[in-house]
Design a protein around this ligand. Structure first.
Ligand code: PLP
Length: 387
């Protein structure tokens, strides 16, 4: 049976039941698989038959997670990796070669910046940054050797947004690929492939696990691109562990209800903060004051779980963070527990002050990941800290 609705797909796509008829899928902790006979082994290695050979290539728990994620985003195929960064590295390394060029949004995750800026140049792969709020810069940045556009929307922690439909049309008209880091939105809030992207990449560590327990990454796209990625990943070895795949697949069963509550809590926090004295700015996709509010409304189902605010200066940010009693000071996001981070001295501390300002991070910028605690307790903690 094939299902159409998000919540049902997330629950009902399951690995085949074993002879034990277990209701919930078991954990397949195995490094390899047994062949029926010598010819069976030969046929599997020769790609004449589908089946598991070795868990660096495939595993029932990992396949279940990939099948679910692909169905949730309307992608033909997918590949899972040990972390979100392994997903980004694997996708780029599989598709790029020496002499190629990438156009990327300037406000990318810190480690993605390190890949583009420090690691890929070793292999002669160059990049240009473009800003999400300046679409014309993307058109200008594409060169003859540009292979792909890489974008994070909404961005971290600036919460800037770009029109994915427009960007995918630009990519197609110039013959380059579009890759979207869809971590902040999850497949529930935004489906880049339906908007024309070639690959959608997730750090499953964040909202997909949603409980701050394990790391994981997923790459989704058409069969042709995923086969190229598979050819690279099978031999370079960034495989997701069966245990993490099992956890993440279970977590997907509740993604829709969790995201609904993250978003419901986050918009209340954003609206509350917008009306408080001493706050220079509040950024949230579904606040009417957001510069790309119209685009957000069009391409996202809801605004997500992250709210960014700007206080007067670094001292005000530190005082506010230390004043929070319930929020955890942590580098993660997308957890059941509300989390506060000061990007300038943590996730983005390796950038120069100038680079930080270019991606909208001031000394007073604070990122909130709104959890699933009772909204009254979340608001009270914020109120006391601001007081
Ligand atoms: C966390 C994160 C990553 C990296 O994911 P890991 O699972 O930590 O490797 C990539 N992109 C974004 C937007 C993230 O928030």
């Amino acid at each position: 049976m094939s299902y159409k609705n998000f919540e049902t797909i997330a629950i009902r796509i399951q690995a085949e039941r074993s002879e034990h008829k277990e209701h919930s899928v078991p954990l397949y902790m195995t490094s390899s698989y047994k062949f029926d006979d010598a010819d069976d082994m030969r046929a599997l290695f020769a790609n004449e038959k589908d089946g598991n050979i070795y868990s660096r290539y495939s595993n029932p728990n990992v396949t279940e997670l990939i099948d679910k994620m692909a169905a949730l985003e309307g992608a033909e195929a997918g590949w899972a990796t040990s972390t979100g960064m392994a997903a980004i590295f694997t996708a780029l390394a599989a598709l790029l070669g020496s002499g190629d060029h990438v156009v990327s949004s300037r406000s990318v995750f810190g480690s993605t910046h390190q890949l583009l800026n420090g690691i890929f140049p070793k292999w002669g792969i160059d990049y240009t940054y473009a800003d999400l709020d300046k679409p014309e810069d993307w058109e200008k940045a594409i060169k003859a050797n540009t292979k792909l556009l890489f974008v994070e929307t909404p961005s971290n922690p600036g919460i800037d947004i770009i029109d994915l439909k427009w960007l995918s049309e630009l990519a197609k008209s110039r013959g380059v690929l579009l890759i979207v880091d869809n971590c902040f939105a999850t497949p529930y809030l935004q489906q880049p492939i339906a908007l024309g992207a070639d690959l959608s990449i997730h750090s499953a560590t964040k909202f997909i696990d949603g409980q701050g327990r394990c790391l994981g990454g997923v790459i989704l796209g058409n069969k042709e691109l995923i086969l190229k990625i598979e050819a690279f990943a099978r031999h370079s070895g960034p495989a997701m562990s069966p245990f993490n795949a099992w956890l993440l697949s279970k977590s997907l069963e509740t993604l829709a209800v969790r995201m609904d509550r993250h978003c419901e809590n986050a918009i209340k926090v954003a609206e509350y903060l917008e009306n408080q004295a001493g706050i220079k700015a509040v950024k949230y996709p579904f606040l009417a004051s957001h510069p790309q509010y119209e685009i957000a409304k069009r391409q996202m189902k809801q605004g997500g779980g992250i709210v960014t605010l700007v206080l007067k200066d670094s001292a005000a940010a530190v005082k506010f963070m230390n004043g929070l009693k319930m929020f955890s000071i942590s580098a993660n996001l997308g957890d059941t527990r509300s989390i506060v981070t000061h990007p300038a001295t943590s996730t983005h501390s390796k950038l120069s002050e100038m680079e930080r300002l270019q991606v909208g991070i001031e000394q007073g910028t604070v990122r909130l990941s709104i959890g699933l605690e009772n909204i009254n307790d979340i608001l009270e903690d914020l109120k006391n800290a601001l007081g």
